[in-house]
Ligand binder design. Structure first.
Ligand code: FAD
Length: 396
């Protein structure tokens, strides 16, 4: 190989660092440019699906993640009166994955683990306080322009710089889609909901025509997520009274749980018009964002990074033409639209269905799917995102 320019990666979030680890593993030098002063401590994502864990295992990161997370083999759909609509057990996927469960583990643990794994590798160069403001594709190489005017040259630039991606903007790539009118409120508490809700799974979605919600256990806390109507002000949402009123919906007559964190998110469904333009490539939230119902955003981002690196390495080694990068776009953008966007929108519509006929149809469908082993297996292939990866592999 002639002298190898590094691959530049904007953003040391979970997806940027998966891209970095995948490249470094193949002997490709990377320069990661992170706007923040340190590795992100964001909690946001907490669900890691089976095929994502298989990929992280290939990078040597899964064992530490599993040690720091909670293995959740079951997922439930419940009604607000706590009656069980359906329960699925991921262990039936043991025939297709090495990790047949959902791992509940905050996303900052992944960034920390990957950063530590690479920290002594001379191919890994990470720079903090290095916000990318512009990206220039010179045809034969790229330049990232930082806030302070510094220019850094590389072979390609991967934009893993989140939903507001400067790389996407510099490439002139539109980010089409819509924003939901409601915001999503996440309340976390050290109170153990499983102590008062018999048989509660670590992930439980509550379908309710009045107001859906879900409960999810992460190490040390339970998180509850609720939709918040557009007309309620941010100030009101952030009051303790508002949080207590939401908690009162979980178990009738109880709202006295200690509140550890309150976070309010605006939620979007958007997909970049292309995931690659010349030497500027997009992965993760820079390329797509969706609502968190089903835990598919970060997982999809990891799948992007792994897919992209598979295509990019042969190009960097001179073994493939860079036209192969358009296959990355077709495969990953294709399944983002066909699977991730469609599924997360359907997940939300199912939980919030107001029409009694639609609500009952959802309950009946879930119950009959869970009761039939073959249907349950097929359903979990979709829920765990194995289907979307299989579909991506079919796209040529
Ligand atoms: C409440 C909530 C719950 C969620 N739960 C799940 C879940 O369970 N499972 C799941 O799969 N997904 C989930 N998601 C989505 C998930 O959090 C995101 O998809 C994920 O964080 C995307 O990772 P990323 O690395 O692409 O971007 P980010 O995590 O946004 O990281 C981007 C990084 O780039 C840096 N950066 C930004 N701009 C620049 C710049 N110009 N130059 C340099 N650096 C820059 C940032 O500082 C940051 O470190 C959830 C989201 C929300 C809001």
């Amino acid at each position: 190989m002639t002298e190898q320019k590094p691959v530049l990666i904007a953003g040391a979030g979970p997806v940027g660092l998966v891209a970095a680890a995948s490249l470094v593993k193949q002997g490709i030098p990377v320069v990661v440019l992170e706007a923040g002063p340190t590795i992100s401590t964001e909690m946001r994502a907490s669900t890691f699906h089976a095929p994502t864990l298989d990929m992280l295992d290939d990078l040597g990161a899964a064992e530490a993640m599993i040690a720091q997370g909670i293995i959740g083999p079951r997922v439930q759909y419940r009604a607000r009166d706590q009656s069980l609509i359906a329960e699925f057990d991921f262990r039936v996927l043991a025939d297709v994955t090495r990790h047949p469960y959902r791992l509940q583990c905050e996303q900052f643990k992944l960034t920390r683990i990957l950063h530590e794994l690479m920290s002594k590798n001379p191919l890994y160069d990470i720079r903090f306080n290095a916000r990318v403001e512009n990206a220039i594709d010179h045809g034969e190489h790229v330049e990232a322009v930082l806030e302070d005017g510094t220019r850094i040259a590389g072979a390609y630039l991967i934009g893993a710089d989140g939903a507001h991606s400067a790389v996407r903007k510099a490439a002139g790539i539109a980010f089409e889609g819509f924003t939901w009118p409601e915001r999503f409120l996440v309340l976390s508490t050290e109170f153990d909901f499983a102590s008062i809700i018999p048989g509660l799974a670590d992930v439980s979605y509550y379908a309710d025509p009045e107001e859906w919600f879900f409960l999810l256990r992460v190490p040390g806390v339970w998180r509850a997520m609720f939709p918040v109507r557009a007309e309620v002000s941010d100030e009101e949402v952030m009051t303790e009274a508002f949080a207590r009123a939401r908690f009162a919906r979980v178990v009738e007559g109880r709202c006295d749980y200690p509140i550890k964190h309150t976070t309010l998110y605006r939620v979007h469904q958007r997909v970049a018009e292309t995931f690659c333009r010349g030497r500027l490539l997009l992965v993760g939230d820079a390329a797509h964002i969706n609502n968190p119902l089903g835990g598919m955003g970060l997982n999809g981002g990891v799948h992007d990074a792994v897919n992209l690196v598979e295509k990019l390495v042969p190009v960097l080694r001179g073994e493939a033409d860079d036209a192969v990068l358009s296959l990355y776009d077709r495969q990953r953008r294709g399944v983002t639209v066909e699977h991730v966007q469609r599924q997360t929108i359907v997940n939300k519509q199912n939980l919030e269905a107001r029409d009694p006929v639609a609500h009952q149809a959802f309950r009946d469908r879930m119950a009959s799917t869970a009761a039939d082993p073959a249907k349950a297996h097929a359903y979990l292939l979709g829920m765990s995102m194995i289907n979307s990866l299989r579909r991506a592999a079919e796209i040529v």
